[in-house]
Design a protein around this ligand. Structure first.
Ligand code: ADP
Length: 178
């Protein structure tokens, strides 16, 4: 699948048209990637987020990118890991799908995702990777937009888990492109 790749980097520096923020339900900023995105975007982002009235876990809302290179930010609150039997997987898949649906509806061609819920929210990385990759690949199969989607992992270790999971799930599908 040459529309999808996994890389290591800082998503605030991404050249994608839209980057995804692993937000919380207030949409008013937080730690981790959320804090980094707000710091790089500047105060305009928080001002717009204040007008949105928060966002439910598993849903997504779009704002401008302000001082970021990205034109848009797709904010999605991931599920907090509570052991795995509280609907976490369905909610996490819904985060990825909701962002991609919103991107498609706005004609966004390129989207970069961080690894949602795998920081402070404690979702086990390998399990989160399987959910994320299935949700993204299922969407790309059925939709022409976004044209390109990337997972931007913050560490090489996380990227390796995503690559291994991808290879396990899609062994026959040109994994060498990753
Ligand atoms: P959550 O609350 O959804 O768990 P976190 O921000 O705590 O969100 O972590 C989500 C993931 O984002 C983690 O894997 C973390 O390593 C990663 N991350 C943190 N900063 C960045 C960044 N600047 N670019 C890309 N990924 C990041």
């Amino acid at each position: 699948m040459d529309r999808f790749s996994i890389l290591v980097g800082d998503i605030t520096k991404s050249d994608a048209q839209a980057i995804v923020n692993a937000a919380n339900t207030t949409l008013l900023g937080g730690s981790g990637v959320d804090g980094a995105i707000h710091r790089s975007a500047g105060p305009g982002l928080l001002a717009e987020c204040r007008t949105l009235g928060g966002c439910e876990t598993g849903r997504a809302k779009l704002t401008g990118g302000y001082d970021l290179p990205a034109r848009y930010v797709l904010h999605t609150p991931g599920p907090i890991w509570r052991g795995g039997d509280q609907g976490e997987a369905a909610l996490l898949a819904s985060c990825y799908r909701s962002c991609l649906e919103l991107a498609e509806a706005r004609g966004v061609e390129t989207v970069d995702f961080p690894s949602i819920s795998t920081g402070v929210y404690g979702y086990p990385l390998a399990q989160a990777a399987a959910v994320a990759l299935k949700a993204i690949m299922d969407f790309l199969r059925d939709h022409a937009l976004p044209r390109r989607v990337r997972m931007v992992c913050h560490t090489e270790r996380a990227a390796e888990v995503y690559r291994q999971t991808y290879n396990m799930l899609y062994a026959g599908e040109k994994a060498e492109r990753l």
